[in-house]
Design a protein around this ligand. Sequence first.
Ligand code: ZN
Length: 131
Amino acid sequence: MKIDHLGIATGGIQEALKFWEDALGLESVHVEEVEDQKVRVAMLPLGESRIELLEPLSDDSPISNFLEKRGGGIHHIAVQVEDINASLAKLKQAGMKLIDEEPRVGAEGCLVAFVHPKSANGVLLELVQKI
Ligand code: ZN
């Protein structure tokens, strides 16, 4: 396994890029709207991993909620797995609380599923399987 990306909640990607791109020197290589999750995402490669900047597309986006409560910051950690269905089955068998029982299509067409923070020490964990 490896860390696929760190998801960071922002009020606006353009504004956030002033830090991550202009000042820090990373490069946004991919911007996409994921309608299903009501977010716009920007991917910035960083070593083997990426920073994923998240911006809400509407007031009922999960990111809007997070921004209201916490005002931005690390939203989730995404781990790349070989077989997402096998990982979900294993977690379920271990009694872990899942947000997604079945994988869905996330950014870049990957299969993704979220594990509830209650089962992961307060961290929202995203499983990602590359297609
Ligand atoms: Zn993510």
